[in-house]
Design a protein around this ligand. Structure first.
Ligand code: 0L1
Ligand code: MG
Length: 272
């Protein structure tokens, strides 16, 4: 038993190391025959180690992200299960800030709805209900997520994308709005790049209603023992398929909610 466990552990560590190196060097990995096939539990263990490495290098966890919460995203990537990843301040870009394309492998952008929680939530607490999560929401905003799979060709299966922290690379959020002041169930969403509309959709594409992601946040977070400290951001998911991020201005407009902005730049400093 001990041998089996340590062999699994070695596989998790190997995947974590390769993905960490790929992200830091902006060089994609190509999983070949020697690439360990991880179970989903092992993949989340690799993700946790990957995030831990970032924290040990001085980053702070600032939130979580849900992935594959829309048909468009599932169809685009050929995966039909929701996943969760971790956001750090190293990924956070101020609204209107810059993202250095030179630090990324092959980034894509997607329009998101973002939640902000106003009090500490221990998702592992068995007494916690979805209503508690909803009651703890203190802001909702338009968001932009930059995803950047560390795998060559953006090609992965479910455990691989989970291990890769769900391709999380950068994100920004627009102005926070009181969640009680806006109905977010069916708002038009537009993603524009360099002044041209690149994708259009609706917040209804996010599981029918962005708030429908909360039970998944709770169940995935409970399974993984995650917590959501006060002030955490949660990206609920993309309203459209992702499109390549090139140099230029990116604007996400969520009608009746607000806008989020970032600029892709070739080289130079990333605003933080
Ligand atoms: O919806 C998501 O944010 C999932 C991102 C992971 C899959 C991808 O790289 O497209
Ligand atoms: Mg996303």
């Amino acid at each position: 038993m001990r041998d089996v466990v340590s062999a699994r552990d070695t596989a998790v560590e190997l995947v974590c190391s390769r993905l960490d190196e790929a992200q830091r060097s902006a060089t994609p990995v190509r999983p070949q025959e020697d690439w360990p096939q991880l179970s989903l539990d092992q993949a989340y263990a690799a993700q946790a180690r990957l995030v831990d490495r970032r924290l040990q290098r001085g980053e702070q966890q600032v939130g979580l992200k849900l992935g594959f919460t829309s048909e468009a995203k599932m169809r685009q990537m050929g995966i039909d299960e929701l996943i969760i990843g971790v956001l750090t301040d190293g990924m956070q870009v101020p609204d209107g800030g810059r993202v250095d394309l030179g630090t990324l492998v092959h980034p894509r952008v997607e329009p998101e709805v973002a939640f902000r929680f106003g009090r500490d939530l221990d998702l592992a607490d068995a007494a916690l209900q979805v209503a508690d999560l909803q009651g703890a929401l203190d802001g909702v905003a338009a968001g932009i997520e930059v995803i950047d799979s560390r795998y060559e060709g953006f090609s992965f299966d479910l455990p691989r994308v989970v291990a890769d922290n769900t391709s999380a690379a950068a994100f920004t959020t627009g102005e926070w709005v009181d969640p009680d002041s806006v109905q977010i169930g069916e708002l038009a969403v537009t993603l524009s790049i360099a002044g041209a509309v690149a994708a259009e959709g609706s917040t209804a594409a996010i599981l029918g209603h962005p708030l429908s992601t909360l039970p998944h946040l709770l169940s995935l977070g409970r399974k993984l023992g995650l917590s959501v400290p006060a002030g955490s951001v949660v990206l609920a998911g993309a309203a459209t398929a992702a499109v390549p991020l090139l140099a230029g201005d990116v604007v996400v407009r969520v009608a009746g909610l607000g806008e989020a902005h970032l600029t892709g730049v070739d080289g130079g400093e990333v605003a933080s």
